[in-house]
Design a protein around this ligand. Structure first.
Ligand code: NAD
Length: 493
């Protein structure tokens, strides 16, 4: 039997087991076999991590010159680049995501640290045109304190970067709770953080289950802000937990993102965009374009082309550079997808391609690209976030109709429009209630582009220039500029 890799948590600059010594195994989605053992954090481990972060916040870190903190961020970025291969391999083993994607992402995520390193010394205050004589009042932006960063398994390195980089740039300290489903890459990342020589306790990395670990973290009295990415049900728990510590909360939640293809669209571009949006990362992306609306003039022709494209997708081992779609990350997801497809077919949905477990599933959690025609978008596969490679397809006639349909869902994270009429594309984009719209493209991210949703997809934007301010609070300072002593407060006039 091969020996399982052993991980420890990173708290206060030390590598530690959980106090209870409890551990759990993490599985390789390619073959459903355990490959690593990680500590399971309990409430007492959370307490240790939060107190370490608080101690670091009371230490030198927030007092460093912003540019000095920026140097640590650049060092993190450089470490990511130097170790992108290792990080990619570990993330691929743990999540089943393609190595060519995880490797590339580890490199690209370095850019987020560079971006916020550059912003560290560019957050300015104001001098207020105050209505009092001999007073100068000003605002400055101060760090918040201990930040709890909670991430899901699917893109932990990216979703950590959008929280950790602005938080550190502004002088906060952080406890990262990584997903219990695939935590290994985050411990590898913690080793790189340690190598930068960042002061102890500034970054702590723990893992454990939602309850008790996540619950203890989000209700801890020393936590001042919770930056959460995950599902809406978990978000509801977190909001309740935050009533204990009255911390600020930002939420990046799920999506059921609609994409409209008009008769005049460049079809090659639309096929590629839709394929990237729903079959890239095996559909396990919060911005997956999982609801497709095709205009009636090209409906049959376009759907046939899409099916032909899906047929060509190469399913295989995630480390193989030829593979285009790997396994799902966990068995539960496979079951959710199957259940939704079954219900949809019972209600009249027609499977055009895929729809059944891939033969590789005897070992891992493989599910093929799946395309299902739906008469209406209230069928389960067209309405629920499945977090898998399942595309629901509907027909539309007019611009007005498709806008209405695109907006008729609880989520509002991403969306897409394919049309060669740019005025129309812009009209549709403006009318869609979503945090992101891609026009004639899909599935792009950038450090300078705000990322996040509206409606049940959450609130608070990550990435972009403004999100750095979300890791500060405004402080007002009043200064008496007069040489005269302050007046007796009980004199009149
Ligand atoms: P999840 O909500 O089950 O878990 C996310 C994290 O929350 C995990 O670390 C988990 O342990 C933790 N958690 C669970 N219960 C908790 C509790 N009571 N208190 C505190 N923390 C708790 O999500 P998942 O299944 O791992 O990930 C998939 C979801 O994440 C999907 O809905 C997907 O759309 C969403 N997602 C959103 C974005 C985005 O940026 N908008 C990005 C990626 C994923």
């Amino acid at each position: 039997m091969t020996k399982l890799k052993q991980y420890k948590m990173f708290i206060d600059g030390e590598w530690v087991k959980s106090e209870s010594k409890k551990t759990f195994e993490t599985l390789n989605p390619e073959n459903n076999k355990p490959w690593a053992v990680v500590p399971e954090a309990s409430a007492s481990d959370v307490d240790r991590a939060v107190k370490a972060a608080q101690k670091a916040f009371e230490g030198e870190w927030p007092k460093l010159l912003p540019r000095e903190r920026g140097k640590y961020l650049r060092a993190i970025g450089n470490k990511l680049r130097e170790n992108a291969k290792l990080l990619g391999e570990i993330e691929t083993i743990d999540t089943g995501k393609l190595f060519r994607e995880t490797n590339k992402q580890a490199n690209y995520i370095a850019e987020y640290y560079d971006y916020y390193a550059g912003l560290a010394d560019k957050v300015e205050g104001t001098v207020l045109p105050i209505d009092k004589p001999n007073i100068q009042a000003m605002t400055t932006r101060i760090p918040i304190g201990v930040i709890a960063a909670i991430v899901p398994w699917n893109s932990q390195m990216f979703l950590t970067a959008t929280k950790l980089a602005p938080a550190l740039a502004m002088g906060n300290t952080v406890v990262i709770k990584c997903s219990e489903l695939a935590p290994a890459v985050m411990f590898e990342f913690a080793k790189l953080i340690e190598e930068t020589g960042i002061p102890k306790g500034v970054v702590n990395v723990i893992t454990g289950f939602g309850d008790p670990c996540g619950k203890a973290l989000t209700s801890h009295n020393l936590v001042e802000k919770i930056a959460f990415t995950g599902g809406p049900e978990t978000a509801r728990h977190i909001i309740k937990n935050s009533s204990e510590n009255l911390s600020e909360v930002s939420l990046e939640l799920g999506g059921k993102s609609p994409v409209a293809v008009f008769d005049d669209a460049n079809q090659e571009s639309a096929i590629n965009g839709i394929t990237a949006g729903i079959f890239g990362a095996t559909g396990q992306s919060c911005i997956a374009g999982s609801r497709l609306y095709i205009q009636q003039g090209i409906y049959n022709e376009f759907l046939d082309k899409l099916v032909k494209r899906a047929e060509k997708i190469k399913i295989g081992a995630p480390m193989d550079p030829e593979t285009e779609m790997g396994p799902l990350s966990n068995f539960k997801q496979l079951e959710i997808i199957e259940k939704n497809i079954k219900l949809t077919v019972e209600q009249g949905g027609k499977i055009k391609f895929g729809g059944k477990r891939h033969p590789f599933s005897n070992e891992g959690y493989y599910f093929p690209p799946t395309i299902i025609e739906c008469d209406n978008h209230n069928l389960p596969v067209a309405e629920n976030e499945l977090f898998g490679p399942v595309l629901s397809v509907m027909k539309f006639e007019s611009e007005e109709e498709v806008i209405k349909k695109m907006n008729d869902n609880q989520y509002g994270l991403s969306s897409g429009v394919f049309s060669s009429d740019f005025s129309r594309a812009l009209r549709v984009s403006n009318a869609i209630r979503a945090g992101i719209t891609f026009v004639n493209t899909y599935r792009l991210i950038s450090p300078s582009a705000p990322f996040g949703g509206i409606k049940d997809s959450g609130y608070g934007k990550e990435a972009g220039i403004d999100s750095i301010k979300d890791y500060t609070r405004v402080k007002t300072t009043w200064l008496n500029t007069s040489d005269e002593p302050m007046k007796d407060p009980f004199t009149i006039g």
